[in-house]
Design a protein around this ligand. Structure first.
Ligand SMILES: NC(=O)c1ccc[n+]([C@@H]2O[C@H](COP(=O)([O-])OP(=O)(O)OC[C@H]3O[C@@H](n4cnc5c(N)ncnc54)[C@H](O)[C@@H]3O)[C@@H](O)[C@H]2O)c1
Length: 329
């Protein structure tokens, strides 16, 4: 029987990869993409599936309860909830949109989904909820210690989701993933931002001494993990997703210079950002053991694929510039 998956934030980076992943691999599936199309949502990310009869786009802002309620005019079996404000720097400049979309938006969706009855609600979260992990790896039971408004809003929405499981036996499951990279990522994030600057031979500005470490996961590996969780993850549980291979930001910058044939003298250091977490690292044993998932794209290979994609998609960059100028940015 056909199942319907409501994907929120599907016009963004990870959500658009996930929708394409679903439609390519599952025949008996219908996908509804509910997205407000904020600055980071780009319809071009889904051009490939636009005409697929199993795909439907609904422009909806999750902060508006009425718009959320209307989504449940469709019979929905699963929800995969990506929609969020996602850029830490923006959250430091102005936290309110993060509280509205990430906390209120998640609350609205939980409430309407609870009334409608769904088989499973997968809430997509982040390693940033634990704050900095100076050494070792955080387990799923590590204390939450978010250090910026973005990560605090994500931790809040995670707690709301868990409370719906405990209070209402609502079938929710949480994934917390490390830093993603790959095609279609909005160029405010480190890797596409640096690629764009290298294309223009502009300096790469690194916060502090650039030694902050992140565990980078190729976006396709993240999507495969989410599918495992949607199909077989246990409700009320949290699953970590990551490559378990941390790389310093400075090293990422150096590798990008090398891949793009640019001098590392373009790398410059600027004052660190407030509340900047030094290191994120997750223990991903649970998803590997219970759901038989493991990452398949090594960082070196994924980075090369990513650079090649950005170099060969000028129309995607143009769409970003066009949308920026339409917004007057
Ligand atoms: N990018 C990463 O490295 C990473 C890592 C771990 C977890 N995550 C989580 O994955 C999810 C997706 O991240 P991303 O990098 O694809 O983000 P993104 O910024 O590329 O996409 C976010 C999407 O959500 C939509 N959106 C924002 N507010 C909305 C609202 N109020 N109503 C409806 N739609 C709204 C935007 O239009 C956009 O299409 C987020 O929940 C994020 O916290 C991201």
């Amino acid at each position: 029987m056909k199942q319907t998956v409501l994907v929120t934030g599907g016009a963004g980076f990870i959500g658009s990869h996930y929708i394409r992943h679903l439609l390519h691999r599952e025949e008996a599936i219908e996908v509804i993409n509910a997205d407000a199309l904020t600055y980071s949502g780009n319809p071009l990310n889904l051009e490939e599936v636009e005409k697929d009869p199993r795909y439907r786009f609904v422009r909806a802002d999750l902060t508006d309860r009425r718009q959320v309620r209307e989504l449940f005019g469709y019979k929905i079996d699963f929800i995969v909830h990506f929609a969020a404000e996602t850029h830490v720097d923006q959250s430091i400049k102005s936290a309110e949109p993060f509280i509205r979309s990430n906390v209120l938006g998640t609350f609205n969706l939980l409430e309407e989904a609870r009334r409608a009855g769904v088989q499973k609600f997968v809430h997509i979260s982040t390693d940033e909820v634990y704050g900095s992990i100076p050494a070792g790896k955080a387990g799923e039971d590590a204390p939450l210690a978010p250090s910026n408004p973005y990560s605090a809003s994500k931790a809040s929405s995670d707690l709301l989701c868990l409370s719906y499981f405990h209070t209402y036996h609502f079938p929710v499951v949480i994934t917390r993933c490390t830093n993603n990279y790959g095609p279609n990522q909005y160029p405010e994030k480190l890797i596409p931002r640096f690629i764009r600057r290298l294309l223009r031979s502009e300096p790469l500005l690194l916060y502090g001494d650039g030694r902050q470490e992140r565990d980078w996961l190729y976006v396709g590996d993240h999507c495969r993990a989410i599918e495992k969780v949607r199909k077989a993850g246990k409700c009320g549980e949290i699953y970590h997703i990551g490559a378990e291979h941390t790389v310093a930001n400075l090293e990422v910058a150096r590798r990008l210079c090398e891949l793009m044939g640019k001098s590392t003298s373009l790398i410059q250091f600027v004052e660190d950002r407030p509340g900047h977490d030094f290191r994120y690292s997750l223990d991903t044993d649970k998803i590997r053991r219970e759901l038989n998932w493991e990452p398949s794209v090594p960082f070196r290979e994924g980075l090369e694929k990513t650079v090649n994609w950005y170099l060969s998609h000028p129309e995607w960059w143009e769409s970003i510039e066009r949308r920026r100028s339409e917004r007057g940015d």
